[in-house]
Design a protein around this ligand. Structure first.
Ligand SMILES: Cc1ncc(COP(=O)(O)O)c(C=O)c1O
Length: 386
């Protein structure tokens, strides 16, 4: 047999890639499973965006290779979005880079900045891809704690006690997934000072800023961020375009050109109609987000009731696409998730998928219709009778 690389031997298959296969098998076997596990928006994308996509498919040159940096008008729209939503000004020529989703950006940034043996600060709990990208590059993972006691923000005192000599990169993600914690600007401002003092590239992964948030956050609203920060953004959740694969990276021109250097060697520019349609999306007015959030609020109310039935505690001020519920019984979150899946046909994500600090929690997605959520609620209310 031809063996896979050493780096791959250290990398597990992505949890959802494995688990969704099992869910699909259960469904095939006739189980009416409702999936509250994954944050893939089920609502339709904006009609204007779909129309633009179709229209652009007949445009001359639509099927040719596209520039690595993306269309001028797309980068312009990305800058417009930053100006309108966050009051952050960025230069379309060299401070923004379109990406095929922010997930791609996590790997590209890691490849652009990490040498073997460099250390990377990764949140626990956090999006698993930060870890995977670090391991695939033979960089060293230093997990840092996020706890409810510290409002799911890094504990700066604890970070300062670490030997930081080899730390090159730190991942943060506000608004936070999976906890739903909104950004605390004071804490993150201190973190920027910390990053600067220790020459650490601080990357905020920011795909949830438009979902159920009153106060739209970007790391670039904070002082000195341009010197040490990068920010990933995404159209996946903001415009129900997860399968479209459009995200972008914002930051200092030197950081952007380093990432572009990697990207230009890994892939080509996105399909022209996708870029045209993404431009249309980014130009939409805020009533688009208001309409989405009205739906999500109704769904969230049902999920909150479900959490109460399950005796889970949760934070009503949390934001984003998930409800993060804390288990308050002797049963572990994993056991409860299994019970819900195998006995109630409701798939939810056990929090330990995101790291050990998530092990008392369950994550519920808002990407399911009110009708289906009501069915889940009904199934769950009968849980104790099993
Ligand atoms: C925190 C976080 N970052 C990044 C992503 C990836 O988003 P994209 O679709 O832009 O690649 C996700 C997707 O679920 C996420 O939860």
């Amino acid at each position: 047999m031809i063996s896979v690389s050493n780096r791959l031997q250290k990398t597990e298959e992505y949890y959802f890639s494995k688990k969704l296969r099992e869910v699909a098998q259960l469904k095939k076997a006739g189980k009416p499973i409702i999936n509250l596990g994954i944050g893939s928006p089920d609502l339709a994308p904006p009609q204007e965006v779909v129309d633009e996509l179709v229209k652009a498919t007949t445009q001359h040159g639509a099927y040719q290779y596209q520039a690595y940096k993306g269309l001028d008008e797309l980068r312009q729209a990305m800058c417009g979005f930053y100006g309108n939503q966050y009051a952050v000004q960025i230069d379309k020529e060299n401070e923004v880079l379109p990406l095929m989703g922010s997930k791609e950006g996590i790997s590209l940034i890691s490849m652009a900045f990490l040498n073997e043996g460099d250390q990377v600060l990764v949140p626990n709990p956090g999006y698993p891809t930060y870890q995977a990208a670090t391991k695939l590059l033979n960089a060293e993972l230093i997990s840092y704690d996020l706890t409810e006691g510290n409002a799911w923000h890094p504990d700066l005192e604890a970070l300062q006690k670490l030997d930081l000599a080899k730390v090159k990169l730190m991942w943060i993600n506000y608004p936070n997934m999976p906890t739903g914690q909104a950004a605390d600007r004071v804490k993150l401002q201190e973190l920027i000072h910390f990053a600067k003092a220790n020459k650490i590239l601080l990357v905020n992964d920011n795909p949830y800023s438009m979902v159920l948030t009153d106060d739209k956050f970007s790391i670039f609203q904070l002082e000195g961020a341009k010197e040490v920060c990068l920010e990933l953004n995404s159209l996946s959740k903001s415009y129900n375009l997860a399968g479209f694969r459009v995200g972008f990276l914002v930051g200092h021109s030197e950081f952007i050109s380093a990432v572009l250097k990697v990207k230009s060697n890994m892939d080509s520019g996105m399909f022209f109609p996708i870029q045209k349609a993404a431009t249309k999306a980014l130009e939409l007015k805020n009533d688009w987000f208001d309409a989405q959030n009205t739906v999500y609020k109704k769904r969230r109310a049902i999920l909150w009731e479900m959490c109460e039935t399950l005796n889970l505690s949760f934070d009503k001020s949390a934001v984003g696409l998930f409800v993060w519920g804390k288990v308050n019984s002797s049963q572990s979150a994993k056991e409860l998730a299994d019970e819900l899946l195998y006995k109630r046909n409701v798939f939810v994500t056990p929090g330990d998928v995101f790291g050990s600090n998530g092990s008392n929690y369950l994550r519920f997605s808002l990407c399911v219709s009110e009708e289906e959520l009501s069915i889940c609620k009904e199934r769950i209310s009968k849980l104790e009778t099993v």
